[in-house]
Design a protein around this ligand. Structure first.
Ligand code: ATP
Length: 327
């Protein structure tokens, strides 16, 4: 590996019997940056993280983390990384403080050093007040923050976060994002997995979109959106009875099928013409006597990007996807 890429993997393949969980994945995360591996349930995200954190062996391919080969030097890798897995590892019967002290001691710190480190971490993760309470009574957001604090005990250079905010409410999610900003500011190299496009957009420099164990797109949020095409023109009509007419106008002017969202009185269609296309639509709507409450040009959301790339919405559940794929 090159020192500028603390996480580097090429051609990772992992099979479980007939099932190909990873079908040949390349990942390179430059130092001090955040890469998000984005994909729906079962895409292969956890499998990739398990290989990179030495918990599982790839069937094919090669990976180095923090300068060491994960297959041949797992101990060296483990010493230099932190992993916040999906199932938090904290003990519900101990207090937040006791949990952290225990983990510090597992890292061979002396008791006094362990206590000092635990206090610093509680402070940093806004858990000082809760530090003396047993963690069984913590909220989901507090548990995730404590879990993240625990992964930072040894001050790792490289951090892996497997779906760090799944199951958290928006407020807890925002709090966790703020903590992650802090880590990014310190230059930690991070690979996180997520099912949330907004999270990938918010936190990462680079996004790797995977589906069925393969990379289907890669880039920052902007370039992903560009890969899928240009902007969208969206119209919200004043009179719901004119929505279908407005959609016809949109389809005709843009040359693409407009999507109708009746409850929101809106229709949307992609355009490659930018502002000129918008002006054409405005004129055509006026000519047809259709009043718009809102008319605008906007980039597609990452949800729309995912839909275009895979033909399926990102949060579709496994069964629905399986049915879809089998068709
Ligand atoms: P999730 O968001 O649900 O965690 P994921 O993207 O992390 O999904 P993985 O857990 O990596 O997906 O799983 C990828 C595929 O490999 C899935 O189809 C899963 O069922 C399968 N798989 C994972 N682990 C095993 C295992 N130990 N034995 C058999 N199949 C497995």
């Amino acid at each position: 590996m090159t020192s500028s890429h603390p996480i580097e993997a090429t051609g990772l393949v992992k099979r479980y019997g007939e099932k190909v969980a990873l079908g040949g994945i390349d990942i390179a995360v430059p130092a001090g940056t955040v890469t998000a591996v984005l994909g729906p349930n079962g895409a292969g995200k956890t499998t990739a993280v398990r290989i990179l954190t030495t918990l599982s062996q790839a069937d094919e391919g090669q990976a180095t983390v923090a300068g060491f080969d994960v297959a041949t030097h797992p101990t060296e890798v483990r010493r230099r990384i932190g992993l916040a897995a999906q199932d938090a590892t904290i003990d519900p019967l101990l207090t937040g403080f006791e949990n952290l002290v225990m983990i510090c001691e597992l890292h061979q710190m002396k008791r006094s050093e362990a206590k000092a480190r635990a206090n610093v971490l509680l402070e940093e993760f806004s858990l000082s007040d809760a530090g003396g309470r047993v963690t069984g009574g913590y909220s989901g957001g507090m548990r995730r923050r404590l879990d993240l604090a625990a992964t930072l005990v040894a001050d790792p250079q490289v951090l892996f976060l497997d779906e760090p905010t799944t199951g958290l409410d928006p407020r807890a999610r925002n709090e966790l994002w703020a903590v992650l900003d802090l880590l990014v500011g310190r230059g930690t190299t991070i690979l996180l997995t997520t099912q949330y496009l907004e999270e990938a957009d918010r936190l990462s420099d680079d996004i790797v979109v995977i589906d069925h164990g393969r990379i289907i797109a890669q880039g920052d949020a902007r370039s992903l959106k560009r890969q899928v095409g240009g902007d969208n023109i969206g119209v919200i009509v004043l009179d719901p009875d004119r929505l279908e007419d407005a959609a016809s106008v949109l389809s005709r002017v843009t040359g693409s099928q407009a999507l109708v969202d009746a409850p929101n009185r809106s229709a949307v269609a992609p355009t490659s013409e930018g502002v000129a296309g918008l002006a054409d639509v405005a004129r055509a709507l006026a000519d047809a006597g259709i009043e718009a409450e809102d008319l605008g040009l906007r980039q597609p959301t990452l949800d729309e990007v995912f839909l275009t790339l895979t033909g399926l919405p990102i949060l579709e559940d496994d069964d629905a996807r399986a049915t879809e794929v089998a068709r």
